[in-house]
Write a protein that binds this ligand. Structure first.
Ligand SMILES: C[S@@+](CC[C@H](N)C(=O)[O-])C[C@H]1O[C@@H](n2cnc3c(N)ncnc32)[C@H](O)[C@@H]1O
Length: 256
């Protein structure tokens, strides 16, 4: 393996810090920075292409990403290679089936909404954490941004995916009483232009391009789309807060 110069490490670190900056989640970064030391090992469950895992790897001993999507794992590996980050590894599997050892901190950010059998999923997070479990969840699941279009396309209101308000009672029922920090959501969700918004709308509204329903999201989106300096969003859409939910693995909420 090629030696990494100080200058290269610096630029890789700066690039990843800049990427994380772009997400505007300052409070979340501050919370993670408080808990991560150069000795910490991290399991990032549903780590995607490494939005958190890559910057965390620059500050901790090792990050293991558990991620079921082969394309995301490929992107993660590519990102790690590009940034010359070597203390990161990946397990291509869903959390339910993943065979991994424990870590000091188990992070699961923006994953829980679509998990079918949530209790065993949460129990496994708890079992694999030596020091802390951290779950990040929005007040409402991200696909809900297109819920106002659901009726126009499918003729009925959307049944929303569970999010932070549903997660907490599940944890309480399991005897886990976590700390919850509500962090600033930043700006309302937006896409760079209407074409990207339409592609996302089709995907999240389960409409196949060319199907008989295909013109409906377009008509509804054109009617509801609003241009903002950050991009295209839907009329009336507001930024909703995000919760950082954390506990020590014995299940009792503790400070510090
Ligand atoms: C919205 S992304 C969040 C990515 C990242 N944690 C973040 O906050 O930027 C959700 C990720 O969770 C992954 N995922 C979905 N179900 C999962 C499961 N059962 N176990 C592990 N990961 C899962 C998806 O493939 C996707 O990459």
């Amino acid at each position: 393996m090629m030696a990494v110069s100080g200058a290269t490490m610096q630029s890789a670190a700066e690039a990843w810090k800049a990427r994380i900056e772009a997400h505007g989640e300052q409070s979340l970064r501050a919370l993670l920075a408080e808990w991560i030391t150069p000795e910490t090992t991290v399991l990032d469950v549903g780590g995607d292409a490494g939005r958190y895992a890559l910057p965390l790897a620059l500050r901790c001993r090792r990050v293991t990403v558990v991620e079921p999507s082969p394309s995301m794992v490929a992107q993660l590996r590519e990102g790690a290679k590009e940034a010359e980050i070597e203390n990161i590894s990946s397990v291509e599997a869903g959390w339910e089936d993943a065979r991994v050892g424990p870590a000091d901190l188990v992070l699961c950010a923006n994953v829980v909404y679509g998990v079918k059998d949530i209790a065993p999923f949460l129990r496994k997070l708890d079992e694999k954490a030596r020091e802390r479990v951290v779950i990040v969840a929005w007040m409402d699941a991200p696909p809900s941004i297109f819920s106002p279009l659901w009726r126009a396309v499918h003729g009925e209101d959307r049944v929303e995916l569970p999010a932070l308000p549903e997660l907490l009672p599940v944890l309480w029922e399991m005897g886990i009483f976590p700390n919850v920090e509500i962090v600033d959501a930043g700006r309302p969700r937006s896409t760079p232009n209407l074409d990207v918004a339409l592609a996302m709308a089709r995907h999240l509204l389960f409409v196949r391009p060319g199907s008989k329903e295909d013109n409906r999201p377009e008509e509804a989106a054109r009617e509801m789309a609003v241009e903002t300096p950050e991009g295209v969003t839907l009329r009336g859409h507001r930024a909703r807060p995000q919760g950082v939910v954390w506990w020590r693995p014995d299940g009792k909420a503790q400070s510090g």
